[in-house]
Design a protein around this ligand. Structure first.
Ligand SMILES: [Zn+2]
Length: 148
């Protein structure tokens, strides 16, 4: 999806996309000449807020720990080392979260990793909402083949 470029990226065409593997949003920056660049959407938003690009040693940290919450006021610049320390601390006290794609509507959402492991074992899918879960089980019932 093309988005409006904001300073300091006004010289680029900017495309936003979701990357399933990393579980977060990214932007592709395409200059009028030369090679394109890819950075996390969080990094893009924080650079716009600060009015400058982050340095190689800075990372965009999500204050609430939710990697999908790329709101400008949820982001702060942290050096790589501090960010690593922070995530180690968070893992110790709060649940490990994973990003999944809802098998019914295809939207990314977050779930607790331990929750996911137990559901997988029992052969159930995880959904973004109760309504998606409901829709999915109705479909499954409708297409179940007849036992002979
Ligand atoms: Zn859904």
């Amino acid at each position: 999806m093309k988005i409006d470029p904001q300073p300091p990226f006004e010289k680029y065409r900017v495309y936003k996309s979701f990357r399933q593997k990393e579980g977060r949003f990214y932007v592709t920056l395409v200059p009028s000449d030369g090679a394109h660049r890819i950075m996390s959407f969080a990094r893009y938003v924080l650079s716009v807020r600060l009015g400058r690009e982050l340095t190689a040693d800075e990372e965009a940290d999500h204050e609430d720990g939710n990697k999908l919450n790329d709101a400008a006021d949820n982001l702060q610049p942290l050096t790589r080392l501090l960010n690593q320390r922070k995530s180690v601390l968070e893992r110790g006290v709060s649940a490990e979260m994973v990003t999944l794609e809802c098998p019914e509507c295809g939207q990314p959402f977050q779930a607790e990793a331990r929750n996911m492991r137990s559901r997988r074992k029992s052969g159930h899918n995880l959904f973004c909402s109760r309504s998606c879960s409901g829709k999915h089980s109705i479909k499954k019932r409708a297409f179940r083949p007849l036992r002979v």
